[in-house]
Design a binder for this molecule. Sequence first.
Ligand SMILES: O=C(O)CCC(=O)C(=O)O
Ligand SMILES: [Fe+2]
Length: 288
Amino acid sequence: MQLSREDLEQYQREGYVVVRGGLQDGDLDPVIAEYEAYIDKRARELKAEGKITQLHEKEPFERRLTRICEEDGAIYNELDIMHFRGRAIFDFLRNDQLMDLVEGLVGPEISCNPIQHLRPKMPSKTAKAQNTHIAGWHQDAAVMREEADPYEVLTVWIPMCEATLENGCMHVIPGVVGQGILHTKSAVMEPGELPATPVVPLPMRKGDVLLMHKETPHNSTPNLSDTIRWSMDLRYQRTGTPSGRAVHPSFVVRSRAKPQSVLTDHAEWCRLWVEGLEQGQGYKFYRW
Ligand SMILES: O=C(O)CCC(=O)C(=O)O
Ligand SMILES: [Fe+2]
């Protein structure tokens, strides 16, 4: 699917657009299956080690990890993209349908930005404090280093199950692009730094894709449901422009000019991340 003229106009005007049904189940299901298989394998290991008493095999993807983590939280910290480094998620980062949407805003020479996460947002009532993942108000530009300021980095937020008001969907403040970084003290915006424009909540279904400008303020609210809000947030920039996190690997995911530059070697991507994570130790990721 290509972005329509209306999508492009909305993005230019509001600083975000939700593309309804931009992806199919077939695009996301290999990633989900890879995570399900890993959680199953790790649950069996934890049970064998006596750390959990039950496998919770019958629970769906949206609940199994919560049940396991009530007894032992180890798996939670192993799932983010740069630590997990699965083949299906690596392939998804250059998924054709996704690239077609990204190309509409970034152009045909696209690199994947290392600020990329897969988040199981756990129900607040049972999660440990560090696993609730309630994102305070921020602009993504503020989590990138200064060298990226003059360039665009597109945020792509993708729910892997339904994201609702109850389970903590995204919220944006529309129409504030062009004023630069509004944060003055920290990576979370203070109430006085927030524009007075009304907030737009963005409930989304699996298959919907949010494309968001890096200056658009956004947050996500607590997960008040009893299931996990699984999502990915990825970022893409024009190849050759700064990622804002130079110590971690960017790599080419689409190129019309040099198709052979696209990184398709999973082992090489894993190597880049292992090296980058090591080099990133002690690196100042934020400007505050
Ligand atoms: O997933 C969330 O709750 C927040 C994600 C976010 O801040 C982002 O995608 O930039
Ligand atoms: Fe963000």
